[in-house]
Unconditional design. Structure first.
Length: 315
């Protein structure tokens, strides 16, 4: 079978275009004949991530970033498109985290596998996360030290202000006077101690005699311990006897007697009986007073005129 010239030209053009397309994608790092999976993640900030940056799982490179573009919802969020050339299962709740791959700031996408039983399929969007930068980490670590340093400087400033106030001219004079007073106090204390030493030395014999008497008294108390115990026992027996007295009956009798006296006093106040009439009625008192006065006059008359009342006859 003979092929026509037009067919040959068309086949050559088709092969050339296919080769061109494959070459173009190859230069971009894409293989059109592979079974790569495509995933997406949406970030507020890609932190310097660039196309062709690697995608890793547990430190092993499994793909690369293929494209980055703004999401068309007027939110200025960035969509990262990355392909995985590895067939490792990706759980649906896995996270695509942008992190630093070295100290120079190169970025990579690290996929943290989740624990969901549902697997993500090509074209799904994974959860997004961005690792904090070294600058932010340094600032976070230094912030507590900075705060402590500021507090320390404030405390030092306060202490210096207090010292400045303490060592002012007026306070310095007062401090000098206080030191002088303290020195005088110590001198007086030293004199007092010396006087006490002199007094103790002079009265040493007397003190020894007093201590000897105290020891003697202590010895006597110890020797008469049995007698003191007996006295204490007697006091205990007396208190027991007093406790056994019918105190309630005695108080009842006293109360009864007080009531009787109150009744008698009330009757006297009311004028009942001879004593009540004598106390409340002054007629008897007046008559007794008149009788006493008349008796006094009679006795006076008998004394001055005895013959009037006594007659003597010899015969």
């Amino acid at each position: 079978m003979k092929l026509s010239k037009e067919f040959k030209i068309g086949l050559i053009v088709t092969l050339a275009m296919a080769l061109l397309y494959w070459g173009f994608n190859f230069l971009k790092g894409e293989d059109i004949f592979s079974n790569d999976r495509i995933f997406y993640a949406v970030y507020k900030d890609v932190a310097g991530l660039e196309k062709t940056n690697p995608v890793k799982i547990n430190g092993l490179s499994v793909g690369r970033v293929r494209n980055m573009f703004f999401k068309n919802d007027n939110s200025s969020r960035v969509v990262i498109e990355f392909i995985l050339s590895n067939d490792i299962p990706i759980p649906a709740n896995s996270t695509a985290k942008i992190s630093s791959s070295d100290l120079l700031g190169s970025k990579e996408v690290e996929i943290k596998l989740g624990n969901s039983e549902l697997l993500a399929e090509s074209g799904d969007t994974l959860l997004a996360e961005v690792e904090i930068s070294i600058k932010e980490e340094v600032n976070r670590q230094i912030a507590p030290i900075k705060n402590k340093a500021e507090d320390l400087m404030s405390s030092i400033d306060t202490v210096l202000s207090m010292l400045q106030g303490i060592f002012s001219t007026t306070n310095a004079d007062n401090f000098s006077k206080s030191v002088m007073h303290i020195a005088n106090s110590f001198e007086n204390l030293e004199n007092t101690t010396s006087s006490l030493d002199t007094l103790v030395s002079g009265q040493r014999n007397r003190i020894e005699h007093i201590l000897g008497n105290i020891e003697s008294i202590t010895a006597n108390l110890k020797d008469n311990e049995e007698q003191f115990n007996a006295i204490i026992s007697n006091f205990g027996a007396i208190s027991d006897s007093l406790a056994q007295i019918r105190f309630a009956q005695t108080m009842y009798n006293v109360d009864k007697t007080m009531k009787s006296l109150a009744d008698i006093s009330g009757k006297i106040d009311e004028g009942q009986g001879s004593l009540g009439m004598l106390v409340n009625n002054d007629t008897l008192y007046i008559e007794l007073e008149n009788t006493s006065r008349e008796l006094k006059l009679l006795l006076e008359d008998i004394r001055t005129n005895p013959k009037k009342y006594v007659k003597f006859s010899i015969f």
